[in-house]
Design a protein around this ligand. Structure first.
Ligand SMILES: *Cc1c(COP(=O)(O)O)cnc(C)c1O
Length: 307
């Protein structure tokens, strides 16, 4: 495959990659108004099929994100599902793929500061992205010196582009300090999430995760993990989490579309549990991979087939 797919999707039609241009000056403040989604498609175990994971939920969230920033997105969830399948088929995609729709402010510069005249524009692209599940990936994390944005500063629960400087600063700091990931605390010093992924911990046999008013993104993977754990008979608790609980946890992992499930085996130089990926993390990881690959009929309703 070439470095980019042949087509991307823009404002209701497939366009050649080379033809999808905007004027340079449309960047600048235009980018502040954008919202997006991160979605994954996985090949089936036999390599023949391709399924998108929880596509309706992602497209519903794209509509919610647009609504919250007052972008009048005219497409229904069904329209958006159709466009995604059309794009993947046009590019003949047969590999694990990350799909990125972006809704941004279109039209005239002059209208951009008046919500009554906002015009929504949208494009969607994708790129190959192989799963890391069941490859033994484990991260060392630090608690960031940056605070997670709070709900009356920026809307943390939606994928609002301008939110992401916050996590980026935390990531830069963590990487420069020799860690793989950051964990952000909210303004009250309680655990929120990692940049781009939600956090779960296991302690005394329970799965504990910050609740949806802890400044977290309203994560579809988090919701899936809660369902899976509950179905496995594990008690799930959504509540405020203290920083020091992380250090005493038996297991900690991140979850999200990009992170899938990523085990955290060390935080601020505390080994988490045994210092290796724990049994609950590993069980959830295998289960999720079998679902992604279309091998688990119980959760087949989470998959939208492309072929
Ligand atoms: C996308 C995202 C997540 C994970 O959400 P999913 O719906 O599971 O992909 C978590 N945190 C942030 C900040 C995100 O942008």
């Amino acid at each position: 495959m070439t470095a980019h797919p042949e087509y991307l999707w823009r404002n209701g039609e497939l366009v050649k990659w080379e033809d999808a241009t905007i004027h340079l000056t449309d960047l600048a403040w235009g980018a502040v108004g954008a919202v997006f989604e991160g979605i994954r498609a996985y090949t089936t175990a036999d390599g023949q099929g391709l399924n998108v994971f929880r596509l309706p939920e992602h497209m519903q969230r794209l509509r919610d994100s647009s609504r919250l920033v007052r972008l009048p997105l005219s497409y229904s969830v069904d329209d958006l599902i159709g466009f995604t399948i059309e794009l993947l088929r046009a590019n003949n995609v047969h590999e694990d793929t990350y799909i990125f729709p972006l809704v941004h402010i279109g039209g005239d510069h002059a209208q951009r500061n008046d919500p009554r005249s906002l015009v929504a524009a949208m494009y969607m692209r994708h790129n190959p992205s192989v799963t890391h599940l069941c490859t033994g990936l484990a991260h060392h994390a630090r608690v960031s010196s940056w605070t997670r944005i709070s709900d009356n500063v920026m809307p943390p629960r939606i994928k609002n582009i301008s939110n992401y400087r916050n996590g980026q600063l935390a990531n830069y700091e963590a990487k420069l300090d020799g860690y793989d990931s950051a964990i952000l605390l909210g303004p009250q010093g309680k655990v929120s999430e990692a940049p781009g992924a939600c956090l779960m911990m296991v302690r005394h046999g329970k799965l504990i995760t910050p609740d949806t008013t802890s400044g977290i993104l309203d994560s579809i993977t988090r919701n899936a993990v809660i369902t899976l754990a509950t179905d496995l008979g594990i008690e799930v608790v959504e509540r405020t989490v203290d920083r020091t609980e992380l250090y005493l946890a038996d297991e900690v992992f991140l979850c999200g579309t990009a992170a899938e499930i990523t085990s955290i085996t060390q935080i601020d130089h505390f080994a988490i549990g045994s210092g290796e990926m724990g049994p609950v993390t590993s069980q959830l990881e295998s289960l999720l991979l079998s679902i992604f690959r279309g091998e688990n009929a119980d959760y087949a309703h989470w998959l939208t087939p492309v072929y």
